[in-house]
Design a protein around this ligand. Structure first.
Ligand code: FES
Length: 127
């Protein structure tokens, strides 16, 4: 089974999943902090991820995803929407964008308040 690894400034987690699993489903399975304001129906772009390894092994990008990801922040050549990209047989390494992490914390205010109290959120920008 392919392994999907998620990296963010808050934590790194990974999970083995069956081929055909979306990156968002993998994130939910291992507790990765990937936002999903629309519930995974390609209507928001808060699940925007940067795929650092295994990009070519993911499912093809459909027109709807391309249109939606244009509305995301800091889109790169290796950007995908977590709810639309499905893994195949290869391992995938993903970086959670700050946009997605912020959306996740909006959806989980108790976690956000805890991180704020610990001084871990908002993220400190490198100078
Ligand atoms: S969760 Fe909204 S576009 Fe993926």
């Amino acid at each position: 089974m392919p392994k999907v690894s998620f990296k963010s400034p808050l934590d790194d987690v990974s999970v083995d999943v069956a081929p055909g699993t979306s990156l968002l489903e993998a994130a939910e399975k291992c507790g990765a902090h990937v936002g999903h304001s629309c519930g995974g129906v390609c209507a928001c772009s808060t699940c925007h991820l940067w795929v650092k390894r295994g990009l070519d092994s993911l499912s093809e990008q459909e027109d709807a995803e391309m249109d939606r990801i244009d509305q995301a922040f800091d889109v790169r050549a290796f950007s995908r929407l977590g709810c639309q990209a499905r893994v195949d047989a290869e391992d995938v390494d993903v970086e959670i964008t700050e946009e997605s992490l912020s959306a996740y914390l909006d959806e989980n205010p108790a976690l956000r308040h805890g991180l704020e109290a610990e001084g871990k959120w908002p993220l400190k920008k490198a100078r």
